[in-house]
Ligand binder design. Structure first.
Ligand code: IDP
Ligand code: MG
Length: 139
């Protein structure tokens, strides 16, 4: 059975372009409830660890640079089928390939600077949530 929680980050480009409110509204309108949320800034070490799975990829250094370039919103979201439904809501990694009505189609600048993160599995949703939040920070 698929889980009911996922982890997201509103990335530095979307915070910088004042889209925290618009994106949070889309998330709420899609039926997700917020179990934890904070404005924070990733250190270089945190960004390197969070994206360690990509460390051999050519875009890794650029990704770490981008994710540490400004504040982010980190959040845990709850809904039936959370991981899959949230990946559908955010759309493809590259906004030029994302479907109309998705968060990335509306707010992402490029494949690199793509506005929002969503966990890709229930297992990673738990790992990523625990990376960013203490149990006492989750309602
Ligand atoms: P995802 O965020 O849709 O799961 P991943 O392939 O897991 O996409 O890549 C993680 C993040 O790395 C992307 O969201 C994006 O910010 C960045 N990224 C992925 N592919 C590229 C690329 O080809 N060039 C630059 N940045 C990329
Ligand atoms: Mg991914």
């Amino acid at each position: 059975m698929s889980g009911n929680r996922t982890f997201t980050m509103i990335k530095p480009d979307a915070v910088e372009s004042n889209n925290i409110g618009n994106i949070t509204q889309m998330i709420s309108d899609a039926g997700f409830s917020i179990k934890a949320m904070k404005l924070t800034k990733l250190s270089r070490v945190q960004a390197q660890k969070f994206y360690a799975v990509h460390k051999e990829r050519p875009f890794y250094d650029e990704l770490v640079e981008y994710m540490t370039s400004g504040p982010i919103i980190a959040a845990i979201l709850e809904k039936d089928n959370a991981v899959t439904d949230f990946r559908n809501l955010i759309g493809s990694t590259d906004p030029s390939e994302a479907e109309d009505g998705t968060i990335r189609k509306k707010y992402a600048e490029s494949k690199g600077r793509n506005a929002i993160h969503g966990s890709d599995s229930d297992e990673n949703a738990i790992i990523e949530s625990e990376f960013h939040f203490q149990p006492s920070e989750i309602v």
